[in-house]
Design a binder for this molecule. Structure first.
Ligand code: ADP
Length: 296
């Protein structure tokens, strides 16, 4: 069951155009929605999760009209928001049992089987009696996945799931998502390029509400192949390159800035052509879009 988004737009009351005519075809598997803070990711996620209205456009999940048939969507949706809000002083087991009941699993023995299976699946079995309020960030995220899986969803939305996780927790979370992504549409919204690199077979980049790229990570890399140039520079030169409009990244190596420029032709003495990374794709797309906005 694919998710097909056509011409989706949303402008907030303060005039901010959070989504500007976004169209996307999202197949089964892990889909990365990549964008910097303020890009419009959460707005899109909330519209897909039926928590917010769009101004224009259409969204179909199989034959469900997502913008109109909200009850049908909710029955087949697993949503893991950025922040859960309050983590009550009840155990993981009790909370999952309660959510399962709310979601309509009314037979006690069925609920027990389901909750136990979910706790095993997200590797929280040993913590089942522990209060949620004492969970670490990674444990909370895994609990979030467990609750989103109740009801066998066809669409799972996770909003910025790895922010604040340490590398070990992030890895455990990646493995869990990969397993789940085999059978359903999973949309992973993130500003962390590594999340998409590790997990997603398809992706989109959005910025200021506009879709800048949609396709596979490999396709995106091919798009800038032969155009990414690297040079180690003096700190004092950085500002000049930043003002030039072609700068896509800047990192310190042993205290000295190493920059990447995006250019069709050699940008000058000392630059060497390098193999593009997904970071280059991401920052290159954002940078080009900023330059186009300024010059338009
Ligand atoms: P992201 O999730 O990519 O960080 P958001 O969808 O949260 O982006 O926000 C997109 C833009 O819409 C931002 O400029 C943000 O400030 C603005 N925005 C988000 N929510 C509201 C709101 N409720 N009212 C007004 N502006 C909002």
């Amino acid at each position: 069951m694919d998710l097909i988004i056509k011409g989706l737009s949303k402008t907030y009351g303060n005039g901010v155009k959070a989504l500007d005519n976004v169209s996307l075809h999202i197949p089964k598997g892990m889909f990365g929605l990549l964008g910097p803070n303020g890009a419009g990711k959460s707005t899109l996620m909330r519209i897909l999760a039926t928590l917010q209205e769009a101004d224009a456009g259409s969204v179909m999940l199989g034959d469900i009209d997502v913008l109109k048939q909200k009850d049908e969507v909710r029955r087949t949706l697993g949503y893991l928001p950025q922040e859960f809000g309050v983590y009550p002083k009840v155990s993981a087991y009790e909370m999952l049992d309660h959510i399962a009941l709310l979601k309509g699993v009314t037979v006690k023995s069925e609920r027990k089987d389901l909750v136990e299976a979910l706790l095993q699946r997200v590797n929280l079995w040993d913590q089942k009696k522990r209060r949620l309020s004492g969970f670490s960030g990674g444990m909370k995220q895994r609990f979030g996945i467990a609750q989103s899986l109740i009801g066998e969803p066809k669409l799972i939305i996770v909003d910025e799931p790895t922010a604040g996780l340490d590398p070990g927790e992030r890895n455990r979370f990646y493995n869990l998502l990969t397993e789940i992504g085999e059978n359903v549409v999973v949309i992973l919204s993130t500003h962390i390029v590594q999340d998409v690199k590790e997990l997603c077979s398809n992706m989109a980049i959005i910025h200021k509400g506009k879709l800048l790229f949609a396709g596979s990570p490999d396709e995106s890399l091919r798009g800038i192949d032969g155009k990414v140039w690297e040079k180690s520079i003096a700190k004092s030169e950085l500002e000049g390159y930043a003002a030039g409009g072609q700068l896509i990244s800047n990192r310190l190596v042993a205290g000295q800035p190493v920059i990447h420029l995006l250019s069709d032709v050699p940008p000058g003495a000392g630059f060497v052509l390098v193999e593009p990374s997904l970071e280059d794709v991401f920052f290159g797309a954002i940078n080009r879009s900023n330059v186009e906005t300024v010059t338009a």
